[in-house]
Design a protein around this ligand. Structure first.
Ligand code: SF4
Length: 376
């Protein structure tokens, strides 16, 4: 395995200049030398013992940058939010623990298990060193592992040149954690904290979406969207339509309250609403439905789907794909990033399935969907 270059002596390889020199404290476990990995990734790579509630092939490895001073952003629903009580090191992210591992050890483990891996992803956080450290970790991964790599980017830390730099270094796809699907909601939930040169703003997020789409091409960019932050069904379906028409994937997450976060006591969406939104997104993405093919009440709730026949809708639900976890694909287009527990606790039933739902799962999904009355 090739070793990771020392960030202090890293040579400039392109038009992007790393302007800051990090004052590394000895003994700290910060990126780029250390990263956090999801609990599911830790189990899959043998860093942690444990079993999934149901056995399935798991090959999506999610990394998260780690800094002693944490993420500078303060999103109302996020477990890593700056003002959420507790030490950053102990904070959970999407409700599950993210163990810290040494980057070199992790990459070596990924290299040995490469045949089982489907997608790798580095999640940035809003931190002045995030771009430089993501480049360093990307280089180490790309030199050693051929599994396609995504970056879930922190838009406040980026610009066009930096996105081009990711592309040059071998990144395959870009994800943008939009989460809130309207500007009003985004502003109310995602505090505008200056970091890395610019603030967390709706305009900057969309600028990065647009630049990434230009640089990485069709279906190589995705936006994470969350159900249950206060948006309406119309807001979500309108956003799916808008993204799909630009050949950008909308990926769906279910809001899952993080204890002690500002939205810690907000309930998650009902299962029926969640299932209907999953189906609506599938219809937009895979069956060319537009927002005009759905009907809404005055408060924006989904009340009907204009479908040629009820049978078509039932068939669309029954193929099960609508209810699988959305994520960047594997090398052959198969599900790559399946993030078990991204939208539900390990003790809860699946909100999204990291595998094709079984006949029994589909019976349960069908009753949760309550499709009667939605066909127009
Ligand atoms: S879907 Fe998974 S791999 Fe793709 S950007 Fe999101 S977290 Fe990363």
């Amino acid at each position: 395995m090739q070793t990771q270059s020392n960030p202090k002596t890293q040579t400039q390889q392109s038009n992007v200049v790393f302007t800051r020199t990090k004052a590394t404290k000895s003994g700290t476990k910060e990126s780029p030398n250390w990263v956090r990995i999801s609990a599911a990734s830790a189990i899959a790579l043998g860093f942690k013992s444990g079993r999934f509630t149901q056995e399935f092939e798991f090959g999506g490895i999610n990394l998260l940058l780690n800094y002693d001073d944490g993420c500078k952003s303060d999103c109302a629903y996020c477990g890593l939010a700056r003002t959420r009580p507790g030490d950053y090191e102990d904070k959970s992210f999407i409700r599950v623990e993210w163990p810290l591992v040494e980057t070199d050890t992790l990459v070596e483990r990924m290299r040995l298990l490469e045949a089982k891996l489907t997608r790798l992803c580095i999640s940035m956080v809003t931190n002045p060193y995030a771009f430089r450290d993501t480049c360093t970790i990307t280089d180490t991964i790309v030199r050693n592992v051929r599994t396609p790599l995504s970056i879930l980017v922190a838009p406040p830390t980026l610009n066009r040149a930096k996105l081009e730099e990711f592309k040059t270094r071998g990144v395959d796809m870009i994800g943008i954690g939009l989460d809130a699907v309207t500007e009003t909601l985004f502003r109310s939930l995602r505090t505008d904290v200056p970091a890395g040169g610019s603030g967390l703003s709706w305009t900057q997020y969309w600028k990065i979406v647009s630049e990434a789409r230009t640089i990485f091409g069709p279906w190589k960019v995705n936006c994470h969207t969350v159900v249950g932050l206060g948006e309406t069904d119309f807001d979500l379906i309108d956003m799916f339509d808008r993204l799909v028409s630009q050949e950008i994937f909308p990926y769906l997450f279910c809001f899952n309250p993080e204890p002690d976060s500002r939205m810690g006591s907000t309930p998650k969406s009902t299962i029926t609403r969640w299932r209907r939104i999953q189906l609506a997104k599938y219809l937009v993405e895979q069956r060319s439905y537009k927002v005009k093919d759905f009907e809404f009440s005055n408060d924006g709730s989904l009340t009907g789907i204009k479908t040629p026949s009820a049978t078509e809708l039932v068939a669309a639900a029954n193929d099960g794909i609508a209810f699988m976890t959305n994520g960047c694909p594997g090398p052959n287009g198969e599900p790559g990033c399946t993030r078990p527990y991204g939208s539900y606790k390990p003790s809860e039933s699946y909100r999204d399935y990291p595998f094709l739902p079984s006949t029994t799962d589909l019976q349960r999904i069908t009753s949760e969907l309550e499709l009667d009355g939605l066909t127009l």
